[in-house]
Each structure stands twice: as C-alpha cells, then as structure tokens.
Design a protein around this ligand. Structure first.
Ligand SMILES: CC1(C)S[C@@H]2[C@H](NC(=O)CCCC[C@H](NC(=O)C[NH3+])C(=O)[O-])C(=O)N2[C@H]1C(=O)[O-]
Length: 351
C-alpha cells in the first residue's frame, strides 16, 4: 500500500518547535524514488550565522552501529563469523563471560556495561576530557568489564556502546583490516555515498557541514561548540560522518536487499520489542518504530555531542527520511525531532 504524501509543513513545524527548545538548527530530507523533499531551519553555524541546508554533513553517532552491523553480517555471509558462536572466538582478548555471543553484541543483549555512563556523567567536563583522546578498542572494553554485567548474556535487552566497540574489534581481528576500509569498500563506494566517511581519529569534518552545539548541564550557561572531536570514545559504535542524502540511500539500499543476502537481512530485521507499548523494537544494529499510522519504519537514532539524528526507511526501502538537530544533551529537542517520522511517513501532525 502506498503511503500518504509527506507532510512537509508538519516537518517544518517540528523543526520550529525543536528550535524553540534550544536547537540552533534542524534539517530533514525525505527521499522516495526520484522525488526528494527538503526542510532546513535555523543555523548551521551560530557564530557565522550560516543558514542550515539539507546538504550539510554531520556526525551521525549511533547510526554508525548499523554500518558496523552490515560489515559484520557480510562477514557472516562469507562464513568468517558465526552469529551464535562465543564472541571470544573472534576477539584478541576475552570478554569476562564465555556465554556472550556475536548475536548478543548485535542485539544489545550481552549485558556488557556501557562505559559512557561514567565517561559522560558530567556532560561538558566528560566531553572535554575525551574530545581529543584516542582510545584503543581494548581500552574501551576494559572500561566496561571493570564493572559487572547488567544482566546474564541473552537474558535482557540493555543498550550499550560497548557491544559495538567489541564488534569493531571482532571485524578488525578476524580480517586484519581496519573498519574504515570495510565501511568504504563494502558500503560507501558501492552505494556512492560521497558524503559519508570514517576518519577516526581526525577531529575535523571536511566539506560543507553543520557545527554541533552541546548544551551544558547548567542550562543557563551558553551552548558549547562540540564540532571538533575524535569520537574515539565510540569509533565503530558512533564515529561515522554522513549527510541526509547518503543516510537515506544507505537505509533504502539496506532494506531493499542491496547490501545483505536474504538470510542475513532476515536476521537483522527480526525485531524484539524494547518498550512496553511495543512501538519501539531492536533487531541486529537496527531500530524499529511503529508510528501513529501503524507504519513500521527501520533505521537508527544517534546522539553524539552536538548532534541528534533520526535515519529511518520503510520495510521495502521505498521512502527514507533523515533528520538532524545540531544540539544534544537536550532531551526535549531529541523527542521533538522524533516527530519528523510521523510527518514524513504518516503524512500527518503527530497525534
Ligand atoms: C541510546 C542513545 C541515546 S546513547 C547512544 C550513543 N551516544 C552516546 O552514548 C553518547 C552519550 C552522551 C551524549 C551526551 N550526553 C551526556 O553527556 C549526558 N550526561 C550528549 O547528549 O551529547 C548513541 O548515539 N546512542 C543513542 C541512540 O542509539 O539513539
């Protein structure tokens, strides 16, 4: 069944609300076949007063987890990794529990503690302490395993960046090749994602981009420009840079079966509810959201200092949407921005 046309006016209204809650700017791009819809609001750079535009690049945060998942599942299809094998079979140093499988890591069911809980407990000091740091995967994993597991492996969903840092370590240990090379050769180049890159540990963003602004815990203080950072605290869990067009192409290609064999795509899109109302789910490195009109979309969200991202597509990949607000540590802006999903896929103002 065809979807109602996107409600572009509703998208613009969502942006205005996000700005009223403190976002300097917002952008949304919707792609459906040859058609694209563009909404850009506010500023990409508050010092230069540069207007936002939908072509600008930005840090996508945990949307990176879906790119990492595609690489891992291609290795599964190539027979190099077994989803249900212990992760320790593929790691240079063992995790503390042999029962943790590769699938547990991909579905946030390993129980591994998320070290960012401590790292960013105090938002700006935590960020300033790591923004120019370079971590090894093992240093990040060690931060996690210094704490007990949240749950027995497989027993519960508990989101943790550690899972996708461990998956980056698995990809590099199994293949002897950096994740950056896999992203480029397996995804960016074949899909012609010319505005998508993985440049860790470089701190700068090339080309035309939106600057990111981190809100302080004392919200009466000014926003902190958090654009330049290594994102080494996240790497394969959050360090990809992209733009709306490329994210739409990526998720559309993924859900329309152009990146993975049918078996691996089916594993990835086997969703488990993660909210009581069942409207939010998680598969393997992939979020599902059932919207007010009953349509379920697939993609990922991202939160990295200065940048909130939503990137989702329909189950057949025919319509995709990417939205950005260039602030973070502002839950109201994040929740508000999520309403671009209803406007884009249901064609109505959110109820
Ligand atoms: C599950 C999430 C929300 S958190 C996870 C990952 N981002 C991070 O882990 C960064 C957390 C700190 C970010 C910082 N917040 C603080 O420092 C608060 N003290 C801010 O808002 O910029 C990502 O991206 N994921 C989001 C996702 O998947 O949507």
């Amino acid at each position: 069944p065809s979807l109602p046309a996107p409600d572009v006016a509703a998208v613009a209204a969502v942006h205005r609300t996000a700005l009223s809650h403190g976002a300097p700017g917002a952008l949304t791009r919707i792609d459906e076949g040859p058609r694209s819809y563009h909404v850009a609001t506010g500023e990409a750079d508050t010092a230069a007063h540069t207007p936002m535009d939908t072509g600008r690049r930005f840090r996508v945060g945990s949307v990176s987890k879906t790119f990492t998942t595609v690489v891992l599942l291609q290795l599964v299809a190539e027979g190099k990794v077994d989803l249900d094998a212990p992760a320790n079979r593929y790691l240079p140093e063992p995790l503390p529990d042999e029962r943790i499988t590769v699938r547990h890591l991909l579905s946030h069911r390993s129980g591994l503690y998320d070290y960012t809980n401590d790292m960013f407990h105090n938002t700006v000091p935590g960020f300033e302490a790591v923004r120019n740091k370079v971590f090894s995967y093992q240093e990040l994993i060690d931060l996690s395993t210094a704490k007990p597991l949240n749950n027995a492996p497989g027993a519960a969903y508990s989101y943790s960046n550690t899972n996708f840092v461990a998956l980056g370590a698995i990809i590099e240990h199994v293949t002897g090749t950096p994740v950056a090379t896999h992203y480029r050769q397996r995804i960016f180049t074949p899909l012609r994602l010319r505005n998508t890159s993985y440049v860790h540990p470089r701190t700068t963003i090339s080309g035309t981009y939106a600057r990111g602004y981190l809100r302080q815990d004392d919200t009466t203080l000014p926003l902190v420009d958090s654009t330049e950072q290594t994102v080494s605290w996240a790497q394969s869990a959050g360090a990809v840079i992209s733009n709306a067009r490329d994210l739409n192409r990526f998720f559309s290609a993924l859900l329309s079966g152009r990146l993975l064999p049918e078996e691996q795509l089916r594993e990835m899109t086997t969703m488990v509810p993660v909210t009581a109302d069942g409207k939010q789910s998680y598969g393997l490195g992939l979020r599902g959201r059932t919207l007010s009109c009953g349509t379920t979309v697939y993609g990922h969200t991202g939160t990295v200092q200065g940048y909130y991202t939503y990137a989702f597509t329909t189950s057949d990949g025919r319509r995709s949407m990417a939205s950005l607000a260039n602030t973070s540590n502002n839950g109201t802006v994040n929740t508000t921005l999520g309403a671009t999903l209803d406007a884009s896929f249901c064609g109505t103002d959110p109820a």
